[in-house]
Design a protein around this ligand. Structure first.
Ligand code: SF4
Ligand code: SF4
Length: 309
């Protein structure tokens, strides 16, 4: 039996995905040119892996030579809790409150592909979640999941931007979804709210100045010129998405229990980080996105925040 867009949508929604869209596996010419320029400006900071496999990022057929379509999927992770300013604690970004989204999404993607294969054994799908040479945000925009906001996150006009994105590259041909128009208009709320002025211009993020990059990806010291600008964030930063009117209007509670903080904690005491050992760090964050920063990074972040109390 042939797999239709509707069948994929039906199974994906049943598995807990919030958004599904389809696009053909075309060359990403315009987007790759923009990406190269971004890298050449140094905005990718020390993320060396971003310089790799640009040919594959541009041409998905170099990742999977029989690729005909890309199915983009989104899953809402919004938990209706808010941080309270407390100088003794470090705020954790929403995406890291619960279980590592890679684990949650890989499970669901595996199940989705398995079910599609039982409908048509010829279906082949390769799934990507934020890894590999696949520009998943670009595919999400092309698949009609939303538009790229000035803060460089994908916004859905009915559901906001609190969703994780995944992509399935497949040999199957699907009807293309309609692309969503940019609805940012004259709004500049995210650009104005960023405490480190990390947007050199709308739609362009300089990772070197972004709290998310500095607290998660950066493995060296945090630049002194960012001192006093972290607003209490110890892992990631949600400010530009928190202030977005589309999130204020459309955020809704996730149906995925695993995205809720298991211990109810959305911030962590700086003293707790100071006292943490490799053993306790591993035990506490074994299945959390926070493990990416490593204990050394988390302690550095706590120290950086403490300096400014
Ligand atoms: S995540 Fe925070 S620091 Fe980074 S761009 Fe958004 S508001 Fe600025
Ligand atoms: S805050 Fe305003 S400008 Fe920024 S992404 Fe949202 S709508 Fe666009």
């Amino acid at each position: 039996m042939k797999i239709s867009n509707a069948i994929v949508e039906q199974i994906a929604l049943r598995l807990g995905f919030t958004l599904v869209g389809f696009t053909s596996a075309e060359l990403l010419q315009k987007e790759t040119a923009f990406y190269r320029k971004w890298l050449n400006n140094g905005y990718g900071a020390e993320m060396e892996y971003m310089n790799r496999n640009i040919d594959k990022r541009a041409n998905v057929k170099l990742v999977y030579h029989e690729a005909r379509s890309v199915v983009s999927l989104g899953i809402n992770y919004y938990v209706p809790l808010n941080h309270v300013d407390n100088e003794r604690e470090g705020k954790i970004s929403r995406y890291a409150w619960g279980k590592d989204y890679h684990l949650v999404l890989w499970n669901k993607l595996g199940e989705l592909i398995k079910e599609l294969k039982t409908i048509d054994a010829k279906f082949i799908g390769m799934s990507y979640v934020d890894t590999g040479p696949v520009m998943d945000k670009v595919w999400a925009v092309r698949s009609g999941l939303g538009w790229m906001g000035k803060h460089t996150n994908v916004i859905n006009p009915a559901k906001g931007s609190w969703f994780f994105i995944a992509a399935i590259i497949t040999n199957y041909e699907f009807d293309q979804s309609n692309v969503v128009a940019d609805h940012c208009g004259t709004c500049t709320a995210c650009l104005d709210a960023c405490p480190t002025s990390a947007f050199p211009s709308p739609y362009v993020l300089d990772a070197r100045k972004c709290i998310s990059y500095q607290t998660i990806e950066n493995m060296s010291d945090i630049p002194e010129l960012l001192s006093g600008k972290f607003n209490g964030w110890i892992f990631g930063c949600d400010i530009c998405q928190d202030v977005c009117p589309w999130n204020k209007k459309f955020s809704f509670e996730t149906g995925e229990n695993e995205f809720f903080p298991a211990d109810g904690k959305i911030a962590i005491a700086l003293s707790e980080v100071e006292a943490m050992t490799e053993k306790s760090f591993k035990e506490q964050f074994a299945e959390s996105p926070i493990k990416r920063a490593k204990l050394k990074g988390l302690k550095r972040n706590a120290k950086f925040l403490k300096k400014n109390i």
